[in-house]
Ligand binder design. Structure first.
Ligand code: CP
Length: 295
């Protein structure tokens, strides 16, 4: 090796002996001989809450975090999404959180010992958001399940991965989930919901929880049948509409919120709103999940 050990600019800088010692060291080190666990976050769609809460959760667990930035990655040279994720897994992080617009088939990613976590896949699922939302309700109600609780989910149910994961998990925990959405956003599949209504007038005003969801415009091909104004007029949660429900009815929204579309701004700051609790609890739940999956 060159006398200046801080530079490696050419393969010529290693002697034959140094070359073989380096390969020996690579084989001996492997991936498993280091104490520090590593989380990689790879978000191919925008995120505020999910990515940062995973990163804070990892730091709080004393993990190291590497954030993948698709705009400066080799995707700009034509590498596709599945190949990119497969390569991130091949580098052996302890866990990889991925958000992307399609449902991933782990079989096409190749063998990996890394834990793969879904940070939201297209219209399919957002499982850690559902864990967060259900935890928030259990924490608020001080119960271990949601038996006897009535939950009304309002909005673009068809295109909302948050809705899909939440309907499954909330009903599994014992809640009755009713959906309220305009015709283009109705759920076609049975995920366990107990009913569907088409107007606030048909709601059960004894409902314990209302979850508002935004229109997922980025996923809708072609023109959206409803303007923001039409949505708010028919389905937006206003203080007036909320006043028809019992006083203890709580409000959830997974974010991001479009005030004046899904809800009136004042509702987010009403004591019945658990929206900031959802965000705070997102860190706790993701810490617990990482700890569990990596233990
Ligand atoms: N709820 C949610 O997934 O928020 P982000 O898109 O900001 O991560």
């Amino acid at each position: 090796m060159s006398t200046d050990k801080k530079k490696f600019l050419s393969v010529d800088d290693l002697s034959d002996g140094e070359l073989h010692r380096l390969f020996f060291r690579a084989r001996s080190n492997g991936f498993g001989n280091h104490n520090k666990r590593i989380l990689v976050t790879a978000f191919f769609e925008a995120s505020t809450r999910t990515r940062i809460s995973f990163e804070i959760a990892a730091y709080r667990l004393n993990m190291s975090v590497s954030t993948f930035d698709s705009s400066s990655s080799s995707m700009s040279k034509g590498e596709d999404l599945v190949e990119t994720i497969g390569n991130l897994l091949a580098m052996g992080p302890d866990a990889l959180v991925v958000r992307q617009s399609i449902s991933l088939d782990p079989a096409v990613l190749g063998h990996s010992s890394s834990v793969l976590i879904n940070g939201g896949d297209g219209v399919n699922e957002h499982p850690t958001q559902a864990l967060t939302d259900c935890y928030t309700l259990l924490d608020r109600f001080k119960t271990d399940d949601l038996s006897g609780k009535k939950i009304l989910i309002i909005g673009d149910i068809a295109n909302s991965r948050v809705a899909h994961s939440n309907i499954k998990l909330m009903t599994r925990l014992g809640a009755q989930v009713v959906l309220l959405s305009p015709e283009p956003f109705r759920l076609e599949t049975d995920l366990g919901q107990s009913g569907e209504i088409f107007s606030f007038d048909n709601a059960d005003f004894d409902t314990d929880v209302i979850m508002c969801l935004r229109i997922q415009r980025e996923r809708i091909k072609g023109a959206v049948a409803l303007s923001d104004e039409e949505f708010f007029h028919g389905y937006g949660l206003t203080l007036n509409r909320l006043g028809r429900f019992k006083d203890s009815c709580h409000i959830l929204h997974p974010g991001p919120i479009n005030f004046g579309v899904e809800m009136e701004q004042k509702i987010a700051f009403d004591p019945r709103a658990l929206i900031r609790d959802q965000v705070r609890n997102g860190v706790l739940v993701r810490m617990a999940l990482l700890d569990y999956l990596l233990s």
